[in-house]
Design a protein around this ligand. Structure first.
Ligand SMILES: *Cc1c(COP(=O)(O)O)cnc(C)c1O
Length: 424
């Protein structure tokens, strides 16, 4: 869609024509002090709660109350195999085969577990490439892996940086890094969608480049899962990880998803940390058998999982399945383009959108850089009922989420931002 117009009437017309607009009612929208809905643009940080979540969790509380340990086998959704109820929907959201996906642990934990298997440094090839403005947890995790293997974390870490005066990363620069250091690099680990700029990387291109130079390639898709079409299987990536509490609306600190490419599904040579949940399901409770690895991503599980958290994930994935990822991505593109249009219409030289303008190189986040602004601006936005995310030094990140944000939300956001920017 390109023919946008200014004015509230046009926003309301877009909402009337939006086939997904009714999904907003399936979510709890936080209220502002005036009792009206907040304009919630923080789904990239913590997604909102689906109204059905409570009943999914209550079902498990009820089975626990009434059945105790028997719930593992006789619950409505037996806990022993509960995680399997999440696999198909999660796999379709990230574009993977079911054998490639499991939900377990939390994100940074899984990043470490993946590096146990996929970061195998040798004397000559031990370096790790990350993106310049990587999410801090990823950077810390990667540095600690270098140290764990006895390498210097400064010397061993290569940053794929943006150029002077630019925000976005260029593939030519990654190519140069690989031409120069390719045979010293063991692992390329970048965010599928950069958390700061919202740049959605070409996962296939990065993977092919890395593989051509003999590197393992993994992605942190925390800002991509439930936001963009990741198409993980076809990207050829060796592994990926993501959390379920951002775009996947599964509640604070909820569990993480893991992708391990099918080509590694039966590889028993890969080093890994194991636990009883990585062991063959059929014989798990015989307890005295030697270890017998489960094939696929499931073979990386350690523990029996927290069912209450999984129930929240199941609730959310059922909403996603009903809406359909393709429909969501289509609306997301319109919503984000409309947002961009209105911001550009402000004609304010103090604001600059640093997110790519190409709709295929971004998801639903726009990062807006405001000249000479500080945290004060964010406080004013909050006071005006807008929940967005401030990142130092001068960026407001806003994520119009297609499941629960309306075109009217975007219209009101930009109107309020305009008032605040024009204040003296
Ligand atoms: C949100 C996010 C994290 C957070 O990690 P947790 O282990 O869930 O606390 C890590 N990396 C990226 C890229 C993120 O976006």
């Amino acid at each position: 869609m390109t023919n946008f117009k200014t004015g509230l009437d046009f926003a309301l017309e877009l909402d009337r024509n939006d086939k997904l607009s009714h999904f907003r009612n399936q979510f709890h929208i936080p209220k502002h002090t005036d009792g009206k809905d907040c304009i919630y643009l923080c789904g990239n940080s913590l997604g909102l709660q689906p109204r059905v979540t409570q009943s999914y969790i209550n079902q498990e509380l009820k089975d626990w109350a009434e059945l105790g340990v028997e719930g593992h086998v006789h619950g409505k959704n037996p806990w022993l195999s509960y995680h399997e109820l999440l696999t198909d929907n999660m796999a379709s959201i990230v574009g993977a085969k079911p054998i490639e996906v499991v939900v377990m642990n939390t994100l940074t934990t899984n990043l470490h577990l993946m590096m146990v298997s996929f970061y195998k440094p040798t004397k000559k090839r031990y370096k790790i490439v990350i993106e310049g403005d990587a999410f801090p947890s990823d950077k810390y995790a990667v540095e600690s892996q270098l140290r764990h293997h006895g390498y210097d974390d400064k010397e061993g870490l290569i940053s794929w940086n943006s150029r002077e005066g630019e925000e976005l990363l260029r593939y030519e620069d990654l190519e140069k890094i690989l031409e120069r250091y390719g045979d010293e690099i063991a692992l390329i680990m970048v965010g599928g969608v950069n958390y700061y700029t919202g740049q959605f990387f070409d996962l296939k291109r990065i993977t092919e480049l890395g593989h051509m130079h003999g590197c393992v390639v993994g992605f942190d898709c925390a800002h991509g899962a439930g936001n963009v079409n990741l198409d993980l299987h076809n990207s050829g990536a060796d592994f990926a990880i993501w959390c379920s509490y951002k775009y996947l609306n599964s509640g604070p600190g909820s569990l993480s998803g893991v992708f391990v490419h099918e080509r590694h599904a039966y590889n028993k040579e890969l080093n890994r940390f194991t636990g009883w949940w990585s062991h063959n399901k059929e014989t798990r409770f015989k307890m005295r058998d030697d270890f017998d690895m489960l094939p696929g991503a499931e073979g990386w599980q350690l523990s029996n999982p927290p069912i209450l958290s999984m129930a929240a994930i199941k609730a959310s994935l059922d909403v996603f399945a009903e809406a359909g990822m393709d429909n969501l991505v289509a609306k997301s593109k319109d919503l984000t383009a409309y947002f961009e249009f209105l911001l550009n219409e402000l004609n304010n030289d103090n604001i600059k959108i640093i997110t790519p303008s190409n709709e295929n190189e971004r998801g639903c986040q726009l990062s807006i850089q405001v000249k000479n602004a500080d945290r004060n601006l964010n406080q004013k936005l909050t006071k005006a009922g807008i929940i967005s995310d401030w990142r130092e030094p001068d960026v407001i990140r806003c994520a119009p989420v297609p499941l629960y944000n309306s075109f009217e939300d975007i219209y009101n956001m930009v109107e309020r931002l305009k008032l605040i920017l024009n204040e003296k």
